[in-house]
Design a protein around this ligand. Structure first.
Ligand code: ZN
Length: 453
């Protein structure tokens, strides 16, 4: 909605402008732009130089910034390096502790293994003892059996009854008793040894249990150490990453530094070149002015200033004020102020290609196709020449030319052909729009007619 309204507004403005152009067209007059930017070559170079110097300043500033950035980044990197060293030291300390604990665990494992061997040995001893007990038990029983089974043949009884005396009888009884007691004593001893072995085994198993517990404690301690060490390793990775990134940034900064240095060198060369060009231009201008002063000495203008080698010069004599009617013949088709804004005079022979002469000796300061209409919305001069006249400090302008015969910076003599009459720009019919200004600014334009007639 908004943009469409805006577009309608714009169309209205264009329509009004078109109507204005048509009005001027109807009278076949040219309108005059409010402002003409006719930059001399020297001014253009000076502007370029200012831009180059600006750019150089910016590059210098960037260079300083890069230097600061590089110093900061190098500080950062050094700090990361230091932190990495610290973390590495911590990792080593923890690794040493882990190694120590590992060694302790290994030793404990060895002790447990020794203890297990002892337990195995004791188990073997117990089994042997049990076998011994069993065996002696059997022997004892056998002996008793033999004694009592012998009853059938009355061996013991016979031995007892066979005693020839009571004392023999007692002695025989004692013998039987002694045999039995010694067997019993042996059995009791074996039993005690068996008990001792069992006790030893119990002690060994207790010892082994203690060792297993000690080992578990060390394993826990090791797990804790491994955990802390892993934390430091993560930190080390993190720092290594930061260090690497910092390195990349340093590379980028130094790359940009050499780029900027190269740009500054190139820019410096351009500055020197431009300065030399300006100097050359100024020297040439000074030389030309000197020459001109030498050939036009005394301040007065030379009458009939036709230049024979200019390929067609004016036969017309300059006016008393020293300005030349810029055409061979022709007449005024629109006076100065002939319509609002017409700040020049229109002269015409009615023939395209009629020679246009420099009204006065001077320096060509502007040659261009001045398309005012498309550039600023103002009327267009078309092909135009502007000449500076140092003798009087004035300027003359020649507009709507068909073609131009001089170039900017060139010195021209009064009456020298500078262009050919045409119908370019905002012109309707072949004519020369001629202006005279007392200074460089368009606001100093005056009616030229009294000066050229
Ligand atoms: Zn005009």
């Amino acid at each position: 909605m908004f943009s469409s309204t805006k577009r309608h507004g714009l169309l209205r403005v264009v329509a009004v402008l078109t109507a204005l152009v048509m009005m001027f067209a109807a009278s076949a007059y040219t309108a005059v732009p409010q402002q003409v930017s006719a930059k001399s070559e020297e001014q253009q170079l000076k502007d370029e130089l200012a831009d180059l110097k600006d750019k150089q300043k910016k590059l210098q500033k960037e260079q300083q910034q890069l230097k600061d950035d590089l110093a900061d980044e190098k500080d950062k990197q050094a700090s990361y390096e230091k932190q990495i060293d610290n973390v590495k030291e911590q990792i080593e300390i923890y690794q040493d502790q882990i190694d120590t604990v590992n060694q302790a665990i290994k030793e404990t494992d060895q002790k447990i293994s020794d203890k297990e061997d002892e337990i195995d040995q004791t188990n073997k001893d117990i089994k042997e003892k049990e076998a011994e007990i069993e065996e002696n038990d059997e022997l004892f029983k056998d002996r008793l059996d033999t004694m009592y089974i012998a009853n059938s043949s009355n061996s013991v009884l016979a031995m007892l009854l066979g005693a020839e005396s009571f004392s023999d009888f007692l002695s025989a009884t004692e013998t039987v008793k002694t045999i039995s007691e010694s067997d019993q004593q042996l059995l009791a001893e074996l039993d005690q040894q068996h008990k001792d072995l069992e006790q030893l085994k119990k002690k060994l198993e207790d010892d082994k249990q203690d060792l297993e517990e000690a080992k578990q404690e060390k394993e826990d301690q090791k797990a804790e150490l491994v955990d802390v060490k892993a934390g430091y390793e993560d930190k080390q990775d993190e720092l290594a990453d930061l260090y690497e990134k910092s390195g990349i940034k340093i590379d980028e900064i130094t790359d940009r530094q050499s780029e900027v240095s190269e740009e500054m060198r190139e820019n410096d060369a351009l500055i020197e070149e431009t300065q030399a060009d300006i100097k050359k231009l100024q020297d040439a201008a000074a030389e030309a002015e000197k020459e001109w002063e030498e050939s036009h000495g005394g301040g007065g203008s030379n009458s009939g200033g036709g230049n024979s080698d200019s390929g067609g010069a004016s036969d017309v004599k300059p006016s008393a004020s020293g300005y030349l009617w810029p055409l061979n013949g022709g007449h005024v088709t629109c006076a100065y102020g002939g319509y609002v804004g017409h700040r020049g005079v229109d002269l015409s022979t009615g023939v395209v290609g009629t020679s246009i002469f420099a009204s006065r000796t001077g320096k060509v300061v502007d040659v261009q196709y001045w398309d005012g209409h498309t550039k600023t919305g103002m009327q267009s001069y078309g092909n135009m020449v502007r000449i500076y006249h140092p003798e009087t400090g004035t300027y003359t302008r020649y507009a709507h030319c068909n073609s131009i015969a001089v170039r900017e910076g060139q010195w021209v003599n009064q009456g020298q052909v500078i262009a050919y009459m045409g119908n370019t720009g905002n012109s309707f019919g072949a004519h020369l729009h001629f202006e005279l200004s007392t200074g460089a600014s368009n606001s100093t334009r005056i009616n030229p007619l009294p000066y050229i007639t």
